[in-house]
Structures are given as structure tokens and as C-alpha cells.
Design a protein around this ligand. Structure first.
Ligand SMILES: [Zn+2]
Length: 356
């Protein structure tokens, strides 16, 4: 999302910061009855939002290499380089070309990092007994942190207004100050060229989830959402591909909504093919799903940020999303998922309006 057009001065923080009922969800994910439903604490200018507890690009790469050394089924590939020359990694579990294939993409926007944290956890889980049983029946591609320069704040524009403290700032745009999730048609940026040329054009991908964060203030049924989902809305998408997206979304909805702390709305998004959700579905016939989670790792706008105490459930929401869809695709359950939730899933109310 992009809240820069709706920046609020910091002196309005006290006014903007209605304190929510929820306080600490972090340690008690499975319990969490009344104060559940995505209502982690807002930042409110009171709590520290510190980027030092997130993986850096280097520590992420180190973890990927550690897992690669431990896991026979895992293969790491460098698919290209960022503007600043950082290698872009793809984690691959390729069992059989005849199996269905799912791609998980995180952090096109460098300041939306908790989805990457969750994806790294899933890669670890795939090397344990917890998920090992599925690997024979599916091909899994994980592309974490497509925008590492933004994630490291290694960009060619000033970051003076960014709020988080810690060892770095994280920015939406890449080092060239381009929103790479608007580049899926023109493909001008090296990160997007790597994704299209060396992943989307190479593998026979059936499903893809594009993971983002959307700020803190979206609601459904009067309650703050833990995230929102949306299928392709471009007129260029094949109806069967769209149906696959809706089935994939139905799997995600069922797994997250049943937790008690997950509360999802329907994202309100545009029809442009420049966005991954639309452009990749139209160009490659991949059933894409956008998942916009609550919060943001850094931003100029305090309303976009959640306190640290929300990190646990948002990371967990990513893990649940990836693992439930892996299981559903591997088992074939995704092919018969009931898409009727899309008829009843309410569009989230924006405050302010976001931008995937
Ligand atoms: Zn985003």
C-alpha cells in the first residue's frame, strides 16, 4: 500500500491513535479469545517500532544457505540482481514436473517484511517432519524479499521522514525510487526482469500468492482486519485462471478465519496489469492471489505502523497461509475448494485508502 498521499503530521498522533482493546497477542496465538481478530496494538507514537529484530538481507541469505545445506529437497537459485547488485534468491522444492506448482512472492515493497519472516519459517519447516510429507506431491517456489535494496534502505532517495528506529529504514520503492509492483508490464527494473525472465517464464506455475502489508486501519464488520485478499480483477484473465485464484483464496480464508485471531476482508484493488496480481495472471495464466496483511515494517506515516507486539500473529498468519495452501495444492483439495466465500466476503473499509 501507499499512504504517502495521506500523511498525517506527527503532532496528530494522539488524536489519531485510538487505543485498541488488544494488547499483547504475541505469545498466545492459539488462545487469544476476546482480544483476537487482528487487533494488535497500533504504534500510536508510543511504542518503539524497531527494525533491528527483522532479518537483514545478509542474515536472510545466511539462513537460506543454512537450510540449503541441511535440506536435500531444497535448491537455491540466484535469479538475478537488484539495482544495487544484491543477489535475488529463489528457494525451490521441485519434486516432479507433473506435480502442481505454487510460487510465494514476498516483499516487492521493501517496507513490508513480516511476510518474508514468515516465508523463512516455512522454508525451515519444510526441512522438518512437520511438512516433509507434502514434498512428493507438489513443487514449491519461494521468492523472499524481491526488493532487498528497499528492505535495507539502500536507496538513492532521502529517508528522513521514515519512523522506525533500529539499524536501518525500509522503503516501499526500490533503489531507483520505482514501485516495482507497477512494473509488471513495462518490466524496466532488474528485480522484475529477474522474476519474469528467470522464474515466471521458466517454471510451469499453477498458483501464486503475492504477499504484502496494507497499514493498520482497514475494517470489516466494524472490526480491524488482520488482512485482506483479492483475486485478479483484470479483464484479461482467463476465467479458469480466475476460478483457480478464487479456490486458492477460499483455502486461505478458511485457514486464517478459523483461527479466532484472523479476520479477513476483500481487498479493494484496481484492474491494471502493471500489478502482479493482474499482470502475472493475464500473461502466464497463473492463478494469483494478493494477500495484504495488517501493518508495515517502516513508513513515513504513523498510521501505517503497528507496534512490535503484533509481529507474532502477523508472522504466524503468513506461515498459516503458506502451509495451508501447500497442503491443499499437494493433496488436490484446492481443486474442489468452495469459492462461495467470495460472494459474501465484505470489502474492507479503508481509512485511509491504500494501494497494493
Ligand atoms: Zn505492498
Amino acid at each position: 500500500m501507499n499512504l504517502t498521499s495521506a500523511r498525517s503530521p506527527r503532532h496528530l498522533l494522539a488524536k489519531a491513535g485510538c487505543v485498541l482493546a488488544g494488547t499483547a497477542l504475541v505469545a498466545t496465538l492459539s488462545a487469544a479469545p476476546a482480544l483476537a481478530v487482528g487487533e494488535g496494538p497500533n504504534y500510536n507514537g508510543h511504542e518503539t517500532v524497531n527494525t533491528a529484530n527483522l532479518h537483514t538481507y545478509d542474515s536472510m541469505v545466511q539462513e537460506l544457505k543454512t537450510q540449503d545445506a541441511r535440506q536435500n529437497a531444497l535448491e537455491l537459485e540466484v535469479i538475478g540482481q537488484s539495482v544495487k547488485g544484491r543477489d535475488l534468491y529463489l528457494a525451490k522444492y521441485l519434486s516432479d514436473p507433473a506435480n502442481p506448482t505454487i510460487l510465494f512472492l514476498t516483499q516487492q515493497h521493501g517496507n513490508e517484511q513480516l511476510t518474508t519472516e514468515g516465508a523463512i519459517e516455512v522454508i525451515k519447516h519444510l526441512g522438518t517432519g512437520r511438512m516433509a510429507d507434502v514434498l512428493d506431491d507438489i513443487n514449491i517456489l519461494v521468492l523472499p524479499m524481491l526488493n532487498p535494496d528497499g528492505a535495507m534502505g539502500d536507496v538513492d532517495f532521502p529517508l528522513d521522514d521514515y519512523i522506525a528506529s533500529g539499524d536501518r529504514h525500509l522503503t516501499r520503492h526500490n533503489a531507483n525510487n520505482v514501485d516495482i509492483n507497477r512494473d509488471h508490464v513495462a518490466k524496466t527494473q532488474p528485480e522484475i526482469q529477474a522474476l519474469h525472465q528467470n522464474v515466471l517464464s521458466v517454471y510451469d506455475i499453477d498458483y501464486m500468492i503475492d504477499l504484502h502489508h496494507q497499514g493498520t486501519q482497514s475494517r470489516v464488520d466494524g472490526k480491524l482486519v488482520s488482512g485482506s485478499i483479492l483475486h485478479p480483477t483484470t479483464p484479461d484473465v482467463d476465467p479458469a485462471v480466475l476460478e483457480g485464484s478464487k479456490r486458492l483464496g477460499a483455502v486461505v480464508y478458511a485457514s486464517v478465519d478459523s483461527t479466532g485471531w484472523g479476520h479477513l476482508g476483500k481487498y479493494v484493488g484496481g484492474t491494471a496489469n502493471t500489478i502482479a496480481r493482474n499482470g502475472i495472471a493475464a500473461e502466464y495464466d497463473i492463478s494469483t492471489l494478493l494477500f495484504e496483511m495488517r501493518g508495515m515494517s517502516d513508513h513515513e506515516n504513523p498510521d501505517a505502523l503497528l507496534g512490535q507486539k503484533s509481529n507474532g500473529y502477523l508472522r504466524q498468519q503468513t506461515i498459516l497461509t503458506l502451509e495451508s495452501t501447500i497442503r491443499a495444492v499437494a493433496s488436490g483439495e484446492v481443486e474442489t475448494a468452495d469459492t462461495s466465500i467470495w460472494d459474501s466476503l465484505p470489502e474492507q473499509a479503508w481509512e485511509p485508502r491504500g494501494d497494493e
